[in-house]
Write a protein that binds this ligand. Structure first.
Ligand code: WQD
Length: 345
C-alpha cells in the first residue's frame, strides 16, 4: 500500500533517482530541497520518467521556522528519506564550519519536527567514508568506524549517532542508515543524472566531461598504491540499484520489519575496481578514449575500500544488479543528453 514519503534533497543526484523508484513502487513523494546543488528542472526529468511531477517545496532544513511551517497543519507524511547535505569531501576540509552548520542543523531540525509531528521512520543517506581505511576487506558493518578523514565524513558519523541515540532514548523514531560506497551512473532514460556544479571532484563526472571534451584530460591521482595496477580501488555502485535500496529500507520501517530501532547497512556491489580498470571499462562500454595522466596521490584518498554486502543481501533482500559497463554507459548517455539540453537552452 503506497505511502506519502518526504524526500529531503530530492532534486539531488541520488535523491532524484530515489524519488523515481519510490513512485515506481506506488508511493507518493513530497520533495524538500534548497536547490543549493541542484536545479528545479530535475522535477521535469522525474515527470518524464514516471508521469508524476512530485510536490516540491524550496526549503532549507536549517531554516527551522520554514520547516515547522511546512509540517504545520499536515498529517499526511508517513516517513522520511533524508539526503539533504553538502557532500564535497575537499570543500569540507576548506570550510568545516559551513559543513557542520549545514549537515548537523538540518538533521537536528528534521528530527525535532518528526518527533513533534508523530513521524517515526527515517532512512538516512550515509557513506562508507565512516570506515576510513578499513583494516579488513571487504568491509562489513562490524568494521569499526574510524577517525574521520574529513569534516564531511565526520558529519555522516555524527548524523548516524544523532539518529541512533534519539532512538535509544526512547523517542518514537525508527532509523536505518545506508552507507553508500561510490555511487555512479544515471537513469537509463538519461532524463536525470549527476550534474555537478563546477569542476567535478568525483571520478565519473570527470571521466564523462573529459570524454565530452569539456576537460582536456583526466588526472589519475597516484599509481603507487598496493593494488594490481597501482591505482586505488573503490566499490562503484549503480545509482538506480542504490536508489532501490532506499525503497526497500523505508518499506522495512513502514512494515515494521526492522529488528532494532536503529540499523545500518553497507550498500555496494561487493566488488572493487581500480581507477584504471574503470577507465578501460568506460572506453570499452562507450568507444570513447579517455585522455589521462598519472599524477601525484590526492591527499585523503584511501587505498582500497569495497563492501561486504551480506547484511543488505540477507536482511534487506537487496542486491546490486547492474554491471559496471552498463553503468558507465548510462553515465555517458546522461552526459551527452545533459550537454545537448544545456546547449538548447
Ligand atoms: C574515486 C577514485 C580518486 C577524481 C568520495 C567520498 C564519498 C562519496 C563519493 C559522497 C579515487 C580517483 C578521482 C579524479 C582520480 N561522496 N580520482 N581523478 O573519494 O572514493 O569518495 O566521493 O557521497 O563519501 O569520500 O570518490 O570519485 O572522488 O574518487 O584519480 O579526477 O578516483 O583518487 O581513487 P571517493 P572519488
Amino acid at each position: 500500500m503506497g505511502k506519502k514519503i518526504l524526500v529531503t534533497g530530492g532534486t539531488g543526484y541520488i535523491g532524484s533517482h530515489t524519488v523515481v523508484e519510490l513512485i515506481n513502487a506506488h508511493h507518493e513523494v513530497v520533495i524538500l530541497d534548497n536547490l543549493y546543488n541542484s536545479g528545479i528542472s530535475v522535477l521535469d526529468g522525474i515527470r518524464d520518467i514516471t508521469g508524476v511531477k512530485p510536490e516540491f517545496h524550496q526549503i532549507d532544513l536549517c531554516d527551522k521556522e520554514r520547516l515547522d511551517a511546512f509540517f504545520a497543519g499536515r498529517d499526511d507524511i508517513d516517513s522520511v528519506i533524508h539526503f539533504a547535505a553538502y557532500k564535497a569531501v575537499g570543500e569540507s576540509a576548506e570550510k568545516p564550519l559551513m559543513y557542520y552548520h549545514n549537515n548537523l542543523n538540518s538533521t537536528l531540525n528534521l528530527l525535532d519536527a518528526m518527533i513533534r509531528h508523530g513521524i517515526s521512520n527515517i532512512v538516512f543517506s550515509s557513506s562508507c567514508t565512516v570506515y576510513g581505511e578499513p583494516d579488513k576487506l571487504p568491509v562489513d558493518e562490524q568494521a569499526p568506524v574510524k577517525e574521520p578523514s574529513s569534516p564531511y565524513g565526520n558529519t555522516k558519523q555524527v548524523n548516524e549517532q544523532m539518529i541512533r541515540f534519539t532512538v535509544e532514548a526512547g523517542h518514537p523514531i525508527r532509523g536505518i542508515s545506508l552507507r553508500y560506497f561510490n555511487p555512479i551512473g544515471a537513469h537509463p532514460s538519461a532524463k536525470i543524472g549527476e550534474a555537478p556544479q563546477g569542476i567535478p571532484n568525483n571520478l565519473l563526472p570527470y571521466i564523462t566531461q573529459t570524454a565530452f571534451g569539456i576537460r582536456e584530460k583526466l588526472k589519475v591521482f597516484g599509481n603507487d598504491y598496493d593494488t594490481p595496477d597501482g591505482t586505488p580501488i573503490r566499490d562503484y555502485i549503480n545509482v538506480v540499484d542504490l536508489s532501490k535500496a532506499h525503497v526497500v529500507a523505508i518499506e522495512r520501517l513502514i512494515d515494521q520489519k526492522n529488528k532494532k530501532g536503529y540499523e545500518f547497512f553497507n550498500i555496494g556491489t561487493g566488488r572493487g575496481h581500480t581507477v584504471l580498470e574503470v577507465i578501460q571499462a568506460f572506453e570499452r562500454a562507450t568507444g570513447q578514449k579517455i585522455n589521462h595522466q598519472i599524477v601525484a596521490r590526492r591527499p585523503g584518498d584511501v587505498e582500497k575500500v569495497y563492501a561486504d554486502t551480506t547484511a543488505a543481501n540477507q536482511e534487506l533482500g537487496w542486491k546490486a544488479e547492474k554491471t559496471l559497463e552498463e553503468t558507465l554507459l548510462s553515465a555517458w548517455n546522461w552526459e551527452k543528453a545533459y550537454r545537448q539540453n544545456k546547449n538548447e537552452q
